[in-house]
Design a binder for this molecule. Structure first.
Ligand code: HEM
Length: 217
């Protein structure tokens, strides 16, 4: 069909054609709660990490009010904890275990690395997320919960969560652990962004709109 003819099609006909070719081909990959969690957590975690680094060691070139930076750090942390609570509730209600690693994920991981390092032509089979994604996402959830607990312990200094202070062995160790968690996030997030942009861009589309085109069988 030439371009001229295609333009001449009446709008209802065009609509029907478009629907016919898209029906059964577009699938919902991420529910609205997963998307709200994902982008909300991305923004709030960025806030936590940047302000956390400034509070840890204020850089000379930034003249910032320490109290205000601290408030942004606290607010971002409460928001991030809220988004994580939302995602956990959503997972429980939908009985979604896509973020929980299984033994097969550990078995598939070396093969996935082989694929990433151009040693295998195709990645091993995976569930919703591949083994590398599941292991990384799960580690982020765990470390975020650990860092939040440590953060709350220092926020409620001496009032609540005293056992946390005793368990880690004081404020300096607590700071050190939070700093190490920050470095882990900083090292792994760029990898997540790089793979999201280079591996299969329709997955990124699905994280925005919810939908993506079904892969060919
Ligand atoms: C601009 C930055 C980012 C982009 C482009 C991005 C992209 C994506 C995409 C495309 C997916 C879906 C993967 C798939 O379907 O195979 C995803 C999932 C995910 N991302 Fe990101 N992401 C970004 C930042 C972050 C950050 C900062 C975090 C937190 C450390 C994060 C945590 C996650 C988690 C936990 C999932 C799994 C979602 C779920 O099922 O709940 N992302 N991301």
């Amino acid at each position: 069909m030439s371009m001229k003819q295609a333009v001449k099609l009446r709008r209802p006909v065009l609509k029907q054609l478009t629907q016919a070719s898209l029906q059964n081909e577009i699938v919902l990959s991420h529910s609205i709660w997963v998307r709200i969690f994902h982008w909300g957590f991305t923004v709030s975690l960025t806030g936590i990490i940047l302000t956390g680094l400034i509070l840890h060691q204020p850089p000379n070139f930034l003249v910032l009010n320490f109290g205000k930076v601290f408030i942004v750090h606290l607010a971002s942390s409460w928001f991030a904890m809220g988004f994580v609570a939302l995602r956990i509730t959503d997972a429980i209600l939908r009985r979604d275990n896509s973020l929980i690693p299984k033994i097969e994920d550990l078995k598939h991981f070396p093969k996935l690395l082989g694929y990433y390092f151009f040693l295998r032509p195709s990645p091993p089979p995976n569930r919703k997320y591949n083994s590398g994604q599941v292991l990384m996402y799960f580690s982020w959830f765990l470390l975020f919960l650990v860092a939040s607990l440590l953060g709350l312990a220092s926020y409620w200094q001496g009032k609540h969560l005293l056992w946390v202070w005793h368990m880690v062995g004081g404020f300096q160790v607590l700071r050190w652990i939070k700093f190490a968690v920050t470095i882990y996030f900083l090292a792994t997030i760029p990898l997540h962004i790089y793979l999201s942009l280079t591996e299969d861009i329709s997955r990124l589309q699905a994280m925005v709109t919810g939908y993506e085109r079904k892969p060919p069988p």
